[in-house]
Design a protein around this ligand. Structure first.
Ligand code: IMP
Ligand code: ZN
Length: 408
């Protein structure tokens, strides 16, 4: 990769070149390792489903997206102002209010198929070549139990790949919601293990995730089930350190004023997951040298929102992101990172915007971003043959892009 050419063509400073940076980033091949299916719902789809099913969305957070002059939804435009400012705050609390409401609208197989197709389409439109989508299996109605839920998502992935409108490889991570019962966790693990035995889905289910409201539940309750999943060949990613005192409900807090003891986070690190989600509050002293290599799925927009980093800077996302508790150090030390969107429909984001914000906030040039993307393939949960093919495709596409820009 010729760094000087990249630098000459794409400046990361303010001004007219900022939008050409966005266009360039839109075209580069990408990898998405941290996205929750229901959090990918397009706002327009949510409103349409709510109307169709007569659901009144009680939360004040759900408001139809404003249209710009070209009648495009604001969240799909690359208009500079729309990219720069956070117009709808989403605290951690707000997000979980919203997550409780989305399933009221995605309440049957038809709507599940719809949001899955749209999510795949939206990632592919940003030239995502490899997607690991995660979702918590749900009982939707009498016709759709947890197994049918997962089979529906997997079926859409099969159809999407076979249609070859866009060459995107899709994999599924089965999620556990930490706020639900141990029984639910156990069922999800059994289902994932069982579905992998089917030849139709064997390669497609690659891992398990622990997510959900970090102020509820505790990793230690579900650890034996995740251990069983690991023994069955599934890879494990854990949402970790989203708040300073996760696991406090069940463990080591004497009272609310006592400092966090991080014992849940410590247990997560000791478990040795394949990847960590977010890892915002993990004190330096907690990591052993071995654990320091666990790749982190980092989701810039989601972090700015849930940590409320832009609230004090007029909603300015770049300034907000510069307040991120870890990112600068991770980038400086070349910590293994995969950039994700988390919940594009909730956080008003997409894979291009995430890279754009990162470049702008931390003054990365495009060759650095390309390198970050290329490296993140290494942390994917797919098999080695798929990984090598992806690495080759991504590298070739990046070189071609550089070449065509040089020729202009
Ligand atoms: P689903 O699993 O497809 O229903 O996707 C939405 C779910 O993902 C939410 O209800 C949460 O359980 C989980 N989720 C989404 N974003 C976050 C996050 O930032 N932290 C923890 N869990 C999350
Ligand atoms: Zn997440």
């Amino acid at each position: 990769m010729r760094e000087t050419d990249f630098k000459r063509k794409y400046d990361n400073s303010n001004g007219p070149l900022a939008s050409s940076l966005y266009s360039f980033l839109q075209k580069i091949p990408k990898v998405e390792l941290h996205a929750h299916l229901n959090g990918c719902i397009r706002p327009d789809t949510l409103f349409a489903l709510a109307e169709e099913k007569g659901v009144t969305l009680s939360s004040h957070h759900f408001q139809p997206a404003k249209k710009n002059e070209n009648n495009q939804n604001r969240y799909h435009t690359d208009d500079e102002d729309a990219l720069l400012y956070n117009v709808q705050p989403r605290s951690l609390h707000d997000c979980f209010d919203m997550f409780a409401e989305i399933p009221r609208c995605v309440s049957d197989v038809t709507s599940l198929r719809r949001i899955t197709f749209e999510a795949l389409h939206d990632f592919a439109a940003h030239n995502v070549l490899y997607l690991e989508l995660r979702t918590t299996p749900k009982v939707l109605n009498a016709e759709c139990d947890k197994r049918q839920y997962l089979e529906t998502v997997l079926g859409v992935m099969n159809e999407f790949e076979q249609s070859r409108t866009r060459p995107m490889t899709c994999r599924l991570i089965v999620a556990i919601d930490r706020s639900l019962s141990e029984q639910e966790a156990c069922e999800n693990v059994e289902l994932a293990i069982d579905l992998r035995k089917s030849t139709l889905y064997a390669d497609r289910i690659v891992g398990m995730d622990l997510g959900g409201n970090p102020t509820r539940g505790d990793f230690r309750i579900v650890r034996p089930h995740l251990e069983r999943a690991r023994q069955a060949g599934l890879r494990i990613t854990l949402h970790c350190g989203e708040v300073a005192d996760s696991g406090a409900m069940t463990s080591d807090h004497d009272d609310e004023s006592s400092p966090p003891k991080y014992s849940e986070t410590q247990a997560m690190l000791e478990f040795g997951p394949d990847r960590l989600g977010h890892a915002l509050f993990v004190p330096n002293t907690l990591w052993s040298s071995q654990q320091r290599h666990i790749p982190v799925e980092t989701c810039p927009m989601s972090n700015v929102m849930t940590l409320e980093l832009a609230q004090h800077v007029r909603g300015h996302l770049i300034e907000g992101l510069q307040q991120h508790p870890q990112l600068r150090e991770w980038l400086d030390t070349q910590y293994p990172l995969a950039i994700g969107t988390d919940d594009p429909g909730v956080f008003d984001t997409n894979p291009t915007k995430e890279l754009w914000l990162l470049c702008r906030a931390f003054d990365l040039n495009v060759s650095m971003i390309c390198r970050l993307v290329e490296q993140s393939v290494e942390y994917a949960f797919c098999d080695e043959t798929t990984k090598r093919r992806l690495q080759k495709d991504i590298h070739e596409q990046m070189l071609l892009l550089l070449q065509s820009n040089r020729d202009k």
